[in-house]
Design a binder for this molecule. Structure first.
Ligand SMILES: [Zn+2]
Length: 349
């Protein structure tokens, strides 16, 4: 912890159980080097959840010894779907299932509660923005990147010239729902995977925990009769156990993760021909795995990312750093960008 050199912005990452908070000063220094978590109370409805966000802000300011008068703006990120301005989907979502959340303007409500400007980003976009700034440092405002974050779903973010591309309806960067070629990815007799969004054969239908649970694991269990995961109920539990099996070299698990890596490589190939970014970032559970497994996974993604020679020379494939803090940090960067333009560089004090 250190004291700010100037005015600050606060980043608040709103999750299903916890809020994580950080403080970024105007010179691009994070005043917090770890997770600062408090209960998010999203299951208790909007009123208590907004109050919990205000408490998270007070707590991180107290922890860093930052006066509230120094706070110029707040960056807020939540899981989607929500509009670019932070209005939760009218159908609700996994985290915001209570009817009171449907169509709720969480950004506006927090802004009113705090009396401070609040800038909104969805959680994958926030993580993408942080990965971008952490990787490119002083060059961030001149660089572009594409991030894919494998979790329950497949989150994404597209950054151009240091800014998140949000799109006309706030739905840009939904990389999980980009269709990818399935030929040569699917095995003999494997059904085309279906996604919760209604598409078949999109990136998330393969490269997500939900994709493992709904599509990949049920198929691969038929190919490995008698595998011990077949007796694990429910299948969602078996899906979450799969990474451990992969780290231990289990053939069924490696078959599943190889399909995920191919899907991600093909997704990055589409990005290469679409915005030709300087960097491709990969985040999520699989890249937090044991080093030998992570390296194998990353190498497999790279092998299936088809770049032209010129692109291969000009680009990198890297991991999203500090993933547990990336949401709060990216939300803070978004707030700082909005109020003073891109920071020259960000880093820890
Ligand atoms: Zn989809």
């Amino acid at each position: 912890m250190s004291t700010p050199a100037s005015w600050v912005v606060v980043g608040l990452d709103n999750g299903g159980t916890s809020n994580n908070a950080t403080v970024l000063d105007a010179t691009g220094r994070f005043l917090v080097d770890r997770l600062v978590e408090t209960p998010s109370r999203v299951q208790d409805g909007p009123e208590l959840a907004v109050e919990a966000l205000a408490e998270a802000l007070d707590q991180v300011l107290a922890l860093t010894g930052t006066a509230r008068t120094l706070v110029r703006a707040v960056g807020l990120d939540t899981p989607g779907p929500a509009s670019a301005e932070g209005v939760i989907s009218s159908k609700g979502s996994t985290n915001f299932s209570q009817p009171a959340w449907h169509g709720f303007d969480i950004r506006g409500a927090l802004q009113e509660r705090l009396g401070l400007p609040v800038v909104y980003a969805n959680d994958a976009n926030a993580a993408a923005l942080y990965a971008h700034y952490a990787h490119f440092g002083a060059d961030a405002a001149q660089r572009s990147s594409v991030s894919a974050i494998v979790g329950t779903g497949l989150g994404g973010g597209v950054v151009e010239a240091g800014r998140v591309v949000t799109g006309a309806a706030g739905m840009a960067g939904e990389l999980g729902h980009v269709h990818i070629p399935m030929q040569g990815l699917l095995a003999e007799g494997q059904p085309v995977p279906a996604c919760n969004c209604g598409f078949v054969g999109d990136a998330e239908s393969v490269a997500s925990l939900t994709g493992i649970e709904k599509n990949l694991l049920p198929y691969w269990l038929t190919r490995f009769p008698g595998h011990e995961l077949a007796s694990v109920e429910p299948v969602g539990k078996a899906a979450r156990m799969l990474r451990g099996y992969g780290e231990n070299g289990d053939r069924l698990a490696l078959a599943v993760f190889e399909q995920q890596a191919i899907a991600l490589g093909r997704l990055f190939t589409i990005a290469a021909n679409f915005t030709d970014p300087h960097a491709y970032f990969l985040g999520g559970g699989v890249v937090e795995a044991a080093p030998h497994f992570r390296e194998w996974f990353l190498a497999t993604v790279r092998e299936h990312t088809t770049l032209r020679e010129e692109q291969a020379r000009a680009t990198t494939l890297a991991l999203v750093p500090d993933l547990d803090m990336a949401g709060a940090r990216g939300a803070a960067v978004a707030a700082l960008e909005r109020f003073q333009g891109p920071p020259a560089a960000v880093g820890e004090a």
